[in-house]
Design a protein around this ligand. Structure first.
Ligand code: AP5
Length: 224
């Protein structure tokens, strides 16, 4: 197949990061998650991080001027020449247009947009129990996917923390932002015949199996 250029879309807590780890392993794709890029900038105390933090802590999207250039520059790098997996970008129509324009300029196109869908009640349940590895971002859930040793990442032994935006009052705001600003992308990509839907209420393994099978079919169709 030509290059595999994938986007993961879905509400907060849909399992985008969880599935991204698996898809990366399946297909060896470079992974760009704008949430992770922004959280690292906050931790490192960079200018981007300083400007982004207030928006993130309030459950809002950071302004396009802060994130679009950063993401497009990363995609333009050598690492992404044979394909990519985006998580958390685009998150609104203006970002989708910016991405489409940038890809078109270099003669590339998207393969598929993978929508992982879960209802709001499930988002709240998942995010309030989520714990995140402070070093590499691996995620756990205190009830559904606990680490072997409480508070410690199974994969690298780092401390597990609760993200600032996983507090109940911020989760509700993130959901409002999702429905208002990000959900219109579903129609946008459906109209371009790129959208593929996945039931995010299934187990992580079931969701992963479905995604993997869909990508395999896309590759077969491309080969015919
Ligand atoms: P970002 O980091 O992208 O947050 P998000 O989209 O809200 O997504 P999450 O990381 O919270 O959830 P996820 O879907 O990855 O779920 P996970 O796999 O962890 O963005 C954060 C902020 O940055 C934004 O609010 C915004 O301010 C800013 N930002 C980022 N990108 C931006 C952009 N492009 N423009 C502007 N601003 C931007 O799973 C969640 C939990 O559920 C875990 O505990 C996991 O163990 C569990 N779980 C996962 N799958 C399942 C399953 N199938 N069944 C049961 N439990 C499961």
């Amino acid at each position: 197949m030509s290059e595999l250029n994938l986007i993961l879309v879905g509400p907060p807590g849909a399992g985008k990061g969880t599935q991204a780890e698996r898809i990366q392993q399946d297909f060896g794709l470079p992974y760009f998650a704008t949430g992770n890029i922004l959280r690292k900038a906050v931790t490192d105390g960079t200018e981007l991080g300083k400007q982004a933090k207030a928006y993130m802590d309030d459950g809002k999207l950071v302004p396009d001027e802060l994130i679009v250039g950063v993401l497009l520059e990363a995609l333009d790098g050598a690492e992404a020449t044979d394909g990519f997996l985006l998580d958390g970008f685009p998150r609104k129509i203006s970002q989708a247009d910016a991405l489409a324009e940038a890809l078109e300029k270099v003669g590339r196109k998207l393969t598929a947009v993978l929508l992982i869908d879960v209802p709001d009640e499930e988002v709240i349940r998942r995010l309030s129990g989520r714990r995140t590895c402070a070093k590499n971002g691996h995620t756990y859930h205190v009830d559904f996917d606990p680490p072997k040793h409480e508070g410690v990442c199974d994969q690298d032994g780092s401390k597990l923390i609760q993200r600032d935006d996983d507090k109940p009052e911020v989760i509700s705001k993130r959901l409002v932002t999702y429905h208002d600003e990000t959900e219109p992308l579903v129609e946008y990509y459906e109209a371009r015949d790129l959208l593929r839907r996945f039931d995010g209420t299934r187990t992580p393994t079931e969701v992963h199996d479905h995604i993997r099978a869909t990508i395999a079919t896309l590759r077969l169709e491309d080969a015919i």
